[in-house]
Design a protein around this ligand. Structure first.
Ligand SMILES: [Zn+2]
Length: 483
């Protein structure tokens, strides 16, 4: 049970303000501001009619083309010459040319299928040594232009045939396949495929996008592969985990997508699975990875306190599912998913839980804490609150955020007794944790980084700053967060 009244559905989840080093509120950039369902500039709505007679993809006669009024002056040109001319045209111009008539567009499809056409258009220079941002941008741009060209050329086909004919053209590009590349971490293939599909499917309705998802899912046999990784021991199929992660991130959740599109695709990826598998899959796609080999680091949340960068991907995904764009998710679904995530693969350190909640925004954070309050889990709630205070201290967030959050949570308790019990638990938890840490220091359990002493130092400062905020609030003065 979770109170949903506080769920700021209209607003993007906010995070607490920082002290000292200021950062802006981090919300993933969305590409363009067009409302959902509208195509970005330069793309065509499906179903727009083209003049002419032939359906794209149908066979055309060879060099001795019959007189076709739809070909205009091009009918005097032999097919070879026509194709040679295309070699000199930029992809964007070929794409404009495809709108002249069905006959022209059918000729273009045939051109792409020829050896010369695919050599020219299906660039495969995906393995660029970093840093190559300009090279990367240009090949991504090329595949966006190619997406528009094929969108226009296949405009009149039903979705399924459209996907098949596009797939026939692309099947020779091995880096577009789930396991087709030998150096997946250096490969831009899946990103290019993602950009291509994004333009191809821009403006398609939800039913058509469902078909696209099913098509891609079946083509790569992803249902069975995902089943393998979510049901086997974490890390035992490391390569497959990596492939699935890269495919989902590159092809389905490509970085430039609109939030509504990303929410749709992520929902398609997760929803078919039970909650426990959804959490596992979320960790595979957005969890921390090794900088050395790109494999998912499963022990990151259980071994020690982790940093924001390891949690940011997961937090952004949770924010996306909690936002207005993910219509198929209720607040309870997302809270259950966060709960389930905190035991993947084993129970996380509570500091990492607290950090994830903080990064996921105010609204989710409150809903999560309030659900514990409503369900009478005061001790657990108090412990989580203490860790949130600790994270605020360590990560330089304003401590008044933690105090305000506690105030809001206090209002959730239905009786004064429950509220007082929670506040006592909170203070007891502070005292117990300080004693534990002090004992660790006195016992001389010192590692290289002297972490036990550092933990004690942070917790004492955290408690002091937390209580300073409460005192200043109680005495009616303004915030003292800047001291
Ligand atoms: Zn590759």
């Amino acid at each position: 049970m979770t109170p949903s009244a506080e769920r700021g559905r209209g607003a993007r989840p906010r995070q607490p303000r920082r002290r000292k080093r200021c950062r802006s509120v981090r919300t993933p950039a969305t590409a363009g501001t067009a409302p959902p369902g509208t195509a970005p500039p330069g793309t065509d709505p499906p179903g727009t009619d083209l003049p002419g007679t032939d359906l794209p993809g149908t066979d055309l006669p060879g060099t001795a083309a019959p007189a076709s009024p739809a070909l205009g002056h091009f009918q005097t040109l032999p097919l070879e010459l026509f194709q040679m001319l295309l070699n000199y045209l930029p992809v964007k111009d070929i794409s404009t040319l495809s709108m002249v008539s069905k006959s022209i567009s059918a000729r273009l499809i045939r051109y792409i299928a020829t050896a010369a056409g695919s050599r020219r258009l299906l660039l495969q220079d995906f393995h660029q040594e970093p840093p190559a941002p300009r090279g990367a941008a240009s090949i991504l741009e090329h595949y966006r232009a190619l997406g528009l060209l094929l969108k226009r050329c296949t405009l009149l086909l039903p979705t399924r045939d459209r996907l098949r004919s596009v797939q026939r053209l692309l099947q020779g590009v091995s880096c577009f396949k789930l396991s087709g590349c030998a150096v997946p971490l250096r490969c831009l293939g899946l990103r290019c495929y993602g950009e291509f599909l994004q333009i191809l499917t821009a403006g398609w309705d939800e039913l058509e996008c469902h078909r696209v998802f099913n098509f891609l899912w079946e083509l790569s046999n992803l249902a069975r592969k995902v089943q393998t990784v979510v049901s086997s021991k974490p890390g035992s199929a490391r390569r497959l985990e990596l492939r699935i992660r890269l495919f989902c991130r590159g092809v389905l959740l490509s970085p430039g997508s609109r939030r509504s599109d990303s929410a749709f695709w992520l929902t398609r990826i997760l929803k078919p699975w039970p909650m426990v598998n959804q959490a596992r899959l979320l960790y595979i796609i957005f969890g921390p990875v090794s900088s050395r080999d790109g494999h998912v680091v499963w022990q990151k949340m259980t071994e020690g306190p982790t940093d924001e960068s390891s949690l940011k991907g997961l937090a952004d995904a949770i924010k996306l599912l909690y936002g207005t764009e993910a219509r198929e998710w209720t607040a309870d679904d997302v809270i259950s998913l966060v709960d389930e995530l905190s035991v993947v693969p084993q129970e996380w350190l509570m500091e990492n839980n607290a950090r994830l909640l903080l990064l996921s925004g105010n609204s989710i954070c409150f809903t999560f804490l309030a659900s514990k309050a409503v369900n009478g889990r005061a001790v657990e709630l108090a412990k989580l609150m203490v860790f949130m205070v600790l994270v605020c201290e360590k990560d330089l967030y304003c401590m008044d955020w933690a105090v305000r959050m506690m105030q809001k949570v206090c209002k959730v308790f239905s009786t004064p007794w429950e509220r007082n019990n929670f506040l006592q638990c909170l203070e007891n938890c502070f005292a117990r944790m300080l004693m534990d840490m002090l004992q660790a220091v006195l016992a001389g359990d010192r590692d290289e980084e002297d972490s036990s002493f550092l933990n004690l130092f942070h917790l004492m400062n955290a408690q002091a700053n937390f209580h300073k905020e409460i005192l200043s609030l109680a005495m009616g003065s303004s915030s003292s967060s800047s001291t």
